[in-house]
Ligand binder design. Structure first.
Ligand code: F6P
Length: 362
């Protein structure tokens, strides 16, 4: 009788495209290669692990899900204290409950699919003695140690499509449009979608913007006969005035502003500076929805297969990653150590500048 391998799958944090493709990649590989395997799907992220709420998954559960958006297991966000603990709403540690479920199911390993916060909390779970393998997923592409996360390319496609559609109405009315894109404090999504869709201005958190400079570009466009302008603005974009403030003051200023988000503040100021009618479009969670694009289906499948291989090799405490188009894995502590912001000397930023896109700083 071959030794039984018991694995639990967890999808944690904000969802994104490709989660089901990754789940499928893990499950199919394990059922294909192991004679004795039990796979449990934890419901709603860490909640399922904490409360022992799970589904025993059969081989058929991994079929027919490749193209589905979201996660068949459900997900949730869980509070954690960086480097210290994972806690409930009252601040009590939930790690003992996680360990209880882990031991009760006699698990060999948890496979946790998550973004930046999840990599950090997964490290805490590993520190508590559980075997953990993680996969990097997020539309933000901000996980350290991997060139790409799954979900990112699908979101770039959607955000690009949004701006493509905005172009015609902006042009008909001769308006400025500020399109606010997700990405938290990193500009990967906005930069990629902005270049792909031909935005005239791209504002990302890594480069504080000066709206006088943006207005000057818009005026130049008007003088040369281009009556409309498109500003792709990251939700975390920061002005040069805000950039010198501490986080707390910045947060308070934003709370006291009557603008719901940064793009509304930018639009109001651009309208004042240029006298041109300005509108805002915020596609929001639409960017995280729907089926994964082929690139993400492929990446998530490659990651899922790699995670299954790590399980079979009993290599734990690692995050699967892609570097220079090679699938690899890195220690979880490295992945959890920092956020991958867009380096301001990134070649893509230079590409944007070379074709005359205004990044708000010149
Ligand atoms: O991290 C993914 C992400 O979609 C960010 O781009 C965005 O800031 C955030 O999650 C939105 O979170 P929620 O789904 O909790 O509103």
């Amino acid at each position: 009788m071959k030794r039984m391998t018991r694995v639990a799958l967890v999808t944690s944090g904000g969802d994104c495209q490709g989660l089901n493709a990754a789940i499928r990649g893990i499950g199919k590989t394990l059922f294909e290669k192991l004679d004795n395997v039990e796979i449990y799907g934890m419901y709603d992220g860490y909640r399922g692990l904490i409360e022992g709420d799970y589904k025993f998954m059969e081989a058929k559960d991994f079929s027919g899900i490749l193209t589905m958006g979201g996660t068949i297991l459900g997900t949730s966000r869980q509070n954690y204290i960086p480097g210290k603990d994972i806690v409930d709403d009252e601040g009590n540690s939930v790690i003992p409950d996680m360990l209880h479920t882990y031991n009760r199911l006699n698990l060999d390993c948890l496979v946790i699919m998550g973004g930046n916060g999840t990599q950090k909390s997964a490290k805490l779970i590993a520190d508590a003695g559980m075997n953990v393998i993680t996969l990097p997923k997020t539309i933000d592409n901000d996980i350290y140690g991997t060139d790409f996360t799954f979900g990112f390319q699908s979101a770039v496609n959607i955000a690009t499509n949004v701006i493509d559609y905005i172009h015609s109405t902006a042009s008909s009315h001769g308006r400025i449009f500020v399109v606010e894109l997700m990405g938290r404090d990193a500009g990967w999504l906005t930069l990629n979608a902005g270049i792909s869709s031909g935005a005239d201005v791209i504002l990302i958190p890594e480069i504080p913007y000066d709206l006088e400079k943006v207005a000057a570009l818009i005026e130049r466009r008007k003088r040369s006969g281009r009556s409309f302008s498109i500003v792709a603005c990251a939700e975390g974009a920061t002005s040069v005035h805000e950039a010198v403030l501490d986080e707390e003051t910045k947060r308070k200023n934003r709370e006291n502003s009557h603008h719901p988000t940064v793009s509304y503040a930018i639009a109001a100021e651009l309208e004042r500076l240029t006298g041109q009618e300005t509108r805002v479009t915020v596609p929001g969670h639409y960017q995280r929805g729907g089926p994964p694009c082929p690139y993400d289906r492929l990446l998530a499948t490659r990651f899922g297969v790699a995670a299954a291989n790590l399980i079979m090799e009993r290599q734990y405490g690692r995050m699967v990653a892609i570097q220079n188009d090679e699938i690899t894995s890195i220690p979880l502590e490295v992945a959890a150590s920092q956020t991958k912001f867009l380096p301001i000397d990134h070649p893509m930023i230079q590409v944007a500048r070379d074709i005359g896109i205004c990044l708000g700083d010149a």
